[in-house]
Design a protein. Sequence first.
Length: 134
Amino acid sequence: MSKKKTTIQLRVNYHQVDQMGIVHHAQYAYFLEQARIDWLRNQGVSYADMEEDGILLPLTEISIQYKRPLRFDDLFFVHTKIDVFDNYYVTFDYRIENQEKTTITTATTRLVFVDKKTMRAMKCPAFFREKFTF
């Protein structure tokens, strides 16, 4: 849908690895969140401002495919783009790769636009539509 892509660079911290020295699977949700917030920020959208304006964007689905491990102190990159943009939700697509450009993980997340007052799904506000699509 959107040709807008962002990439963030992260490094694995010691607290993110399990007893085997491999990044714990739960950490990937945090990596995706960091990448998604960065993607939004690069489009001129702030989560904090959205919430102040009464718009929430909760995560409703997550799918992660683990292909290779990341280990403590590994440098890695999270590439993010929008896969589907609907009136009520947006689906982000992610690819995590290591320094050698090997794909480590692929993932998708779906987030729904929600009215903060009613806590019900709402249509994406028109002023955001131009920021989400290309």
